[in-house]
Ligand binder design. Structure first.
Ligand code: FAD
Ligand code: DLZ
Ligand code: SF4
Length: 504
């Protein structure tokens, strides 16, 4: 008899540990443990989502004939860690060893590797590319650009392929996407499901002080509900997904986004199956090619690519700090007041929903942290804690690599920085902000405008030779010297006031 470990983000019937185990003899171990619930101060919605989905999955396994040893958080014998629970169950049940699917975080991979039990780790094959395939693709390349990897994934899956050519003649339709914010949104947003009140009570009691609102809790917590959300979105959201993928609106937090990352990452939806459903919507004439290609690219392109990077780069990836940034994470990230409307909106929505869409994460909270020079480790820990879809394999490359340039350009060929102009173009935030996006200096100047030049100036030796940034430096150099001095002095004063705890 062996133990079969199923972690909180491994809730898939086709999990390798389950398909390789034996229902008659083996015992599935699932455990709610303080170690996993506190390694960062997770948003209460994320904890409630994980525990509810774990409990439902355990019930589902029992119905399917498995024996499940499930540890509730409040069990008096609960040892508080995944490894502790495996050791306890192994001794209780006299198990010969443990079978498990490779976890999505180095932290846990290392802990399981050190278990004083016989263990057998299986690959996590719920992805399109294996580690070997990614490494074969990456080997010998000077730059690991997602676009080329993505094309290989299109060829491998056959998604949106016309023989060996891309559907419609182009691989990437981003040119047709990224329109500014529309006046009206004609999609109601995600489906809302009833919570498990018992789990909410538990989370409220134990984690009620964590950053984030537990209620209202509306996430799907099993695969049937997750599929309902996907179907709902394929009909109402997908057709305009591409057009307004990068837009932000004060009064519409979800726009045309799918809100399925929680479900994909926990194992409630299968990525290839999701993409096939989107492709079918295109072939049935329900959604245009730019939308469907854009969506499929996020999943078989970006999602697979960042996973490849995380495992290829190794456990030290989250400690990288190529730009030597050392500032503490400003209090506004934990809900303290700010006069910057875009920041208040992105953080406020994160606090309420444990969700923000890609451009809010990249071009508002990520952009500000990068411009302000915040220590990327603090930024990484914040993102890992506050989003319900965050596990290190997907969060760290997006934060350390794409957003903070802390990996020295493995993922991004230049830092994702922008002044207030970009936010103004893509959102309606600036109209109701205390700062003026048009002002480049002065008491009301948008802080993104000041910090943008401050960033470029302080990192000049590193970036002035970057061909994609030459234009930025040329514009800076053309400004007269007095004005440049004013911008830098005002940016430094802004940072000083922020560090001193002033509301900025
Ligand atoms: P949609 O916009 O509808 O996109 C569809 C799907 O594509 C998503 O569900 C997701 O599975 C996938 N996807 C899109 N972009 C990415 C990407 N860059 N990397 C991986 N998958 C992607 N995504 C996470 O799943 N977990 C994270 O912890 C996470 N942290 C991020 C941190 C930063 C700084 C940034 C810039 C991005 C991060 N992302 C993360 C990627 C992206 O923001 C989310 O996947 C997306 O916002 C989820 O919302 P959605 O399901 O509505 O996505
Ligand atoms: C996120 C999370 C939380 C909050 N709690 C648990 C838990 O109690 N038990 C568990 O098995 N998994 C939990 N998870 C998900 C794990 O943290 C996740 O499996 C690892 O971080 C690897 O990706
Ligand atoms: Fe954000 Fe600047 Fe616009 Fe205010 S003016 S919302 S700080 S970009």
């Amino acid at each position: 008899m062996r133990l079969v470990l199923v972690l909180g983000d491994q809730l898939s019937q086709n999990l390798s540990a389950l398909t390789k185990a034996n229902k008659e003899n083996d015992v599935v171990v699932m455990a709610e443990v303080m170690g996993e619930a506190t390694y960062v101060p997770h948003h209460p919605k994320k904890i409630a989502f994980t525990f509810t989905a774990m409990r439902k999955f355990a019930a589902h396994l029992r119905d399917a004939g498995w024996t499940v040893a499930y540890s509730y958080l409040d069990d008096p014998e609960n040892t508080g860690s995944i490894t502790g629970e495996l050791i306890r169950r192994a001794s209780e049940l006299n198990a010969a060893g443990v079978v498990y699917t490779k976890p999505g975080e180095w932290r846990l991979i290392e802990a399981l590797g050190d278990l004083p039990l016989k263990t057998h780790q299986l690959p996590d094959d719920r992805f399109i590319a294996s580690h070997q395939e990614f490494d074969d693709w990456a080997e010998g390349r000077k730059q690991l650009r997602m676009e080329y990897f993505y094309r290989d994934m299109r060829r491998k899956t056959g998604l949106l392929m016309d023989g060996d050519k891309p559907e419609g003649g182009k691989w990437n339709y981003d040119h047709d996407n990224r329109k500014p914010a529309p006046d009206q949104i004609d999609f109601a947003g995600p489906m809302k499901f009833a919570p498990d009140e018992e789990v909410l009570e538990l989370v409220d009691t134990r984690f009620g002080d964590n950053f984030g609102d537990l209620r209202p809790f509306w996430f799907a917590t099993d695969s049937a509900q997750a599929q309902e959300q996907l179907t709902h979105w394929l009909h109402g959201g997908l057709p305009k997904f591409g057009d307004f993928q990068d837009a932000m609106l004060n009064d519409h937090r979800f726009l045309y986004h799918s809100l399925i990352s929680f479900y994909l990452n926990a194992g409630l939806l299968d990525p290839l199956d999701v993409c096939k459903q989107a492709e079918a919507a295109y072939h049935a004439g329900h959604a245009p090619l730019n939308a469907v290609e854009g969506f499929i690219r996020q999943i078989i392109g970006w999602r697979e690519y960042v996973r490849g990077i995380y495992f290829r780069e190794g456990p030290d990836y989250t400690s990288r700090n190529a730009l030597d940034h050392t500032r503490a994470l400003p209090a506004m990230y934990w809900g303290a007041a700010t006069k910057m409307n875009c920041m208040a909106k992105a953080v406020g929505q994160t606090q309420q929903e444990a969700y923000a869409h890609h451009i809010q994460r990249l071009m508002v909270t990520g952009n500000f942290a990068l411009l302000a020079g915040v220590d990327p480790k603090h930024v990484h820990e914040w993102y890992l804690a506050v989003y319900a879809d965050a596990y290190e394999w997907v969060e760290a490359p997006n934060v350390i690599g794409m957003s903070q340039f802390a990996d020295d350009g493995i993922i991004a060929s230049k830092p994702y920085i922008s002044s207030g102009n970009y936010i103004h173009k893509m959102s309606d935030h600036c109209g109701s902000c205390a700062y003026r996006v048009q002002d480049k200096t002065g008491a009301d100047a948008c802080p993104f405008n000041l910090l943008y030049w401050h960033f470029l100036d302080r990192h000049r030796p590193r970036f002035q030779g970057n061909p994609r940034m030459g234009n930025m430096y040329r514009v800076w150099d053309k400004m007269d010297a007095d004005r440049r001095q004013t911008v830098l002095a005002e940016a430094a004063q802004f940072l000083e006031r922020m560090d001193a705890g002033e509301v900025v």
